[in-house]
Design a protein around this ligand. Structure first.
Ligand code: TRP
Ligand code: SF4
Length: 348
């Protein structure tokens, strides 16, 4: 894998190799929705057969901006794990682990914190955007922990010597920050850590049911993997359509209609073509159109919901999966720690 030298590569350009380790993760702050499904979960199902895959439940990172709500973070650890299992990520192929149970990550974070300046963190584009949002939330004060979360994310990645990190565009500055830390570490303490590469997939950002560019819990416009058929129905019936269509024979503009947008995600090509043509010609009622979409969404989500239900009834099995994965992950982090301490002359 020495050939991967670029800071970022495209998913389709990476040759599958079970000896190459990839690491990705999620903050347990809410259940996963179809934005996550099309954005990352689907590709994880493919990646698990191609690489040695590690998936972190980043509870410590979630606390950086939810420190006053530990209950929320705790509850969502099992929720997102069940979402991942439900979409077909296989615990026999993938190592799931919980960040807070790997103290080596916290230790590395402390060591790395000497290798990055405060101004560099403040200039990190991802942090910068989030800081602007957080300032509105926390008032003027931003915590040291929040500002430093890219350092902790660098520890997540390097603790496992992960080579590839599949992420969305918004996370690229965090991977770049990690690479800088690795280079600095290696130049001061000697060649020790591996520089990771960001892998950009064809991960589309899914708009919300209300047409908002972003789907999210706080926006109230998300379709969750755990939503029941009735909830899906209710949400789709309330989705944004072309406001110019009052009567069935009014010619419509599918391009501004969220129902059409979702047809493109859940329907086949022919169905989408029909929706588009019939809508434009005023030959399709919005209610019928929504019903067809509900059926298609349900065809995709039903098996996921059923699998999720299996795990909902077996919380111990979910916990065992996380604990077994964490034990395996910790063994690897311990090995890295030995190397790091040796390089830093902390090997007492
Ligand atoms: N910051 C990531 C997010 O908000 C989550 C994350 C934590 C992560 N640790 C990671 C992603 C390590 C990739 C690698 O989505
Ligand atoms: Fe949207 Fe379908 Fe109504 Fe056209 S017919 S506006 S695509 S819901």
């Amino acid at each position: 894998m020495e050939k991967i030298e670029d800071e970022k590569i495209k998913l389709e350009d990476v040759k599958p190799d079970k000896n190459v380790r990839i690491l990705t993760g999620d903050r347990p702050t809410g259940k996963l929705h179809i934005g996550h499904y099309f954005g990352s979960l689907k590709s994880r199902v493919t990646l698990q057969d191609q690489f040695e895959t590690f998936i972190e439940v980043a509870d410590v990172q979630a606390l950086t901006d939810n420190f006053n709500n530990p209950e929320k973070v705790k509850q969502n650890v099992s929720q997102i794990l069940m979402d991942e299992l439900a979409v077909g990520i296989d615990p026999n192929k993938v190592t799931f682990f919980l960040q807070s149970l790997i103290p080596e990550i916290a230790e590395l974070t402390v060591f790395y914190s000497n290798l990055v300046t405060i101004s560099r963190l403040e200039r990190n584009p991802t942090v910068k955007t989030e800081l602007a949002q957080k300032r509105a939330l926390f008032g003027e004060s931003v915590t040291y922990g929040f500002l430093g979360y890219p350092v902790s994310q660098a520890a997540d990645i390097t603790a496992f010597e992960a080579k590839l990190v599949p992420v969305g565009e918004d996370q690229l500055p965090l991977i770049e920050q990690c690479r800088e830390i690795v280079r600095k570490f290696n130049s001061i303490y000697g060649e020790t850590l591996k520089e990771p590469v960001a892998v950009l997939g064809n991960f589309p950002r899914i708009k919300g049911l209300d047409g908002n560019e972003k789907m999210g819990k706080s926006l109230g416009n998300a379709l969750y993997l755990s939503d029941t058929e009735d909830v899906i129905k209710e949400k789709v019936m309330a989705a944004l359509t072309d406001p110019a269509r009052i009567k069935k024979d009014d010619p419509g503009h599918p391009d501004i209609c969220m129902v059409y947008y979702y047809h493109k995600l859940f329907g086949n090509e022919e169905e989408c073509k029909n929706v588009c043509e019939e809508c434009k010609a005023g030959k399709r009622g919005c209610v019928a159109c929504k019903k067809e979409l509900i059926k298609n969404i349900d065809n995709t989500l039903r098996p996921i919901r059923e699998k999720r239900h299996y795990y909902e009834e077996r919380p111990n099995e979910v916990k065992d999966i996380l604990m077994a994965g964490t034990a395996h992950a910790r063994d690897i982090a311990k090995e890295t720690m030995i190397k790091v301490k040796k390089s830093m002359k902390l090997d007492y």
